[in-house]
Design a binder for this molecule. Structure first.
Ligand code: G6P
Length: 610
């Protein structure tokens, strides 16, 4: 989604803004622009397409200016074009503004302003904000912004500059992230952490309707009524190197290879005296013992984690679990029980629908715990408790290491709750803890499949359809494998509960259709083998992901064309390791197709609009 940067300090503005926007490129965008002052006049540079086009436009511009704002736009209202890209200005060109989010009542405000004679040039919702701030501007930019947001409905992060106040940036947010970084003699604001890391790791997170006024040497925060606020600095422990490829060709493959470390970092700090510590979830033992139900809510890959969570929490902790996609949950008026838990899962902590679901649950008086990766994100702050995955910064749009650490977190929660509830024996618990401890090493081993996966990718990258099938936990893994493939390679991919295939979808199987069968669960293997035979009989090319210990189950039948063998482990844990070759398959197929692996078309890393 869109990205915002703003800077005041000693450095020349254009390289700072372009550099900041580059750090946000991964979020997905289709045009970009900057605004800076020169001799008391606001200059705007904008270009459609990649940042390189804007960067080229900046070549040869020798501005001494050291304050400005920049934006990468992911089009919502109005096609991607130079005129629709941000910054937008008032008619006189004295106020410039960048915006993330959607102004829902923009048509009404536009009509109101047009009646006053204001002329609009773009098709965007954002332009109304520039004119509205101008309407309220009487020499105080902060006051004008405060008045404007009173009229604006929807979601926004705004950063605004004015040629009348050449040493000031005013910014405000509601339902769209905005972070302010404080460094020695300079301050930078951005919609996401990577853009700040080059300057500082000391940041302020803005809450809804908080206004920041950045001037040279000062950063002040106000509420919408003008009362000054005291805000705490949060120190981000991410490293700037995490926002760089470090020798890898793409962020996605770097992040796939970071998984053993990410699993280790998520697990080890919570293993205390041989027991899994989930105190960050903010649940006391009585609460866990009496839990009547858990509802897990998430979007995209995180919702696939929720499906795995359902299987294992129900199986080991014996708590009924309901899974909801956040965009459905928020509108379906779910029946929540007062003493239940709602768990939200999110990498970014900024997904608009997941935030709305969290608020819906809280409004119903239900406790909400978040499994979240980004420290200080909206979800982390608004949930009653936050259990952080320690995946580190994830840049590739297609999630890998964040997904896997979310999965691991589900297991930690399930087993820790089961232990408290006495639904597993001490021996079973210890066995599970031992297995969890071994996962980083197994993740390392499975990376060795790289060559085989590259070979499969080379053979299959021209496919138009792929089906992923599995039962139980293998079905949950199939869902993620299928999403991974389709989102970056644009190959049509579907995940099916293996037993359901014959109720319609099998009609699509023809000679050489690729079916990836996942069969890692002993109690279901025979059933899945029957389904494999069904597709094989219709000509499918079958690749089967299983564990070494189950290879013998497939002897005496030749329905599988190729096996992907993952190391042996407790069946329950298989999704955590099994997903890695599936991620690699999606990556290498996309590479062979020549597409942009890290920034797939139409997608955004963090979906901050509904
Ligand atoms: C986007 C991303 C997905 C992600 C989903 C939820 O669609 O492209 O990879 O799974 O949002 O994001 P979250 O940050 O809430 O986990």
């Amino acid at each position: 989604m869109c990205g915002i940067v703003g800077y005041i300090g000693p450095r020349k503005i254009l390289p700072v803004l372009i550099g900041g926007l580059k750090k946000l490129e991964y979020r997905g965008y289709d045009s970009a622009g900057v605004a800076y002052l020169e001799n008391g006049k606001l200059n705007i540079l904008k270009e459609e397409g990649k940042l390189a086009a804007l960067e080229e436009k900046c070549i040869g511009i020798e501005t001494e200016n050291t304050i400005g704002i920049g934006h990468t736009r992911w089009a919502t209202h109005g096609a991607p074009s130079r005129v629709n890209s941000h910054p937008h200005t008032n008619e006189a060109g004295t106020i410039a503004l960048v915006h993330n989010g959607i102004i829902e009542n923009y048509a009404k405000i536009k009509e109101w302003l047009e009646k006053k004679g204001v002329k609009f040039v773009s098709e965007t919702d954002t332009e109304v904000a520039a004119h509205l701030i101008n309407h309220f501007y009487f020499g105080d930019l902060r006051a004008a912004v405060a008045n404007a947001i009173e009229m604006i409905e929807g979601s926004y992060a705004f950063a605004v500059v004015s040629s009348e106040e050449p040493d000031t940036i005013v910014a405000v947010r509601k339902d769209s992230p905005l972070i302010v970084g404080k460094a020695d003699g300079e301050s930078i604001l951005a919609s996401d952490i990577p853009a700040l890391l080059e300057y500082t790791r000391d940041v302020y997170f803005l809450n809804d309707n908080e206004i920041v006024e950045m001037k040279r040497g000062s950063i002040n925060f106000y509420d919408e009524y003008g009362t000054k606020l005291r805000k705490e600095i949060t120190r981000i422990d991410w490293d700037v190197s995490q926002a760089e490829k470090g020798g890898y060709e793409h962020f996605m493959i770097k992040e796939i290879y970071e998984q053993p470390r990410a699993l280790q970092d998520t697990f080890s700090p919570r293993l205390i005296d041989g027991k899994i510590d989930i105190s960050e979830m903010g649940m006391d033992e009585d609460f866990i013992r009496n839990l009547p139900k858990i509802t897990i809510v998430a979007c995209g890959s995180a919702s696939h984690v929720a499906h795995v969570g359902k299987y294992i929490i129900e199986r080991v902790a014996k708590i009924p679990v309901e899974v909801d996609i956040a965009s459905e949950f928020r509108y379906r008026k779910p029946l929540l029980l007062p003493d239940q838990l709602v768990m939200v899962i999110s990498q970014s902590g900024e997904t608009a629908d997941t935030i709305a679901a969290l608020r819906e649950a809280k409004d119903n008086g239900v406790k909400v715990a978040a499994v979240v990766n980004v420290i200080g994100s909206t979800i982390a702050r608004e949930a009653d408790a936050a259990f952080y995955t320690h995946a580190g910064m994830e840049i590739a749009v297609a999630t890998t290491k964040a997904y896997d650490t979310q999965l691991l977190s589900m297991y930690m929660l399930a087993y820790a709750m089961a232990h408290v509830r006495g639904t597993i024996t001490e021996e079973e618990y210890n066995e599970a803890v031992r297995e969890l401890t071994l996962l980083p090493e197994k993740a390392e081993n499975v990376l060795e499949l790289c060559e085989q996966i590259q070979h499969i990718a080379y053979e299959r990258f021209m496919d138009e359809d792929t089906f992923f099938i599995g039962r139980g936990l293998d079905y949950a893994l199939a869902m993620e494998a299928s999403l991974k493939l389709k989102e970056i390679s644009y190959i049509h991919a579907e995940a099916y509960a293996a037993g359901e295939l014959k109720h319609g979808t099998i009609a699509l199987i023809e000679k050489n259709t690729l079916v990836v069968a996942i069969a890692t669960q002993k109690d279901l293997i025979e059933k899945t083998i029957s389904n494999i035979k069904e597709v094989k009989a219709r000509g499918a090319h079958v690749i089967c992901l299983t564990m070494e210990k189950y290879l013998s189950e497939f002897k005496d039948q030749d329905s599988v064309d190729e096996f992907i063998l993952i190391p042996d482990m407790m069946d329950m844990m298989a999704p955590i390791i099994g997903v890695i070759p599936m991620q690699m398959l999606a990556y290498y197929i996309t590479l062979d197709k020549g597409f942009d692996v890290d920034k797939p078309r139409n997608l955004a890393k963090s979906v901050t609009v509904e």
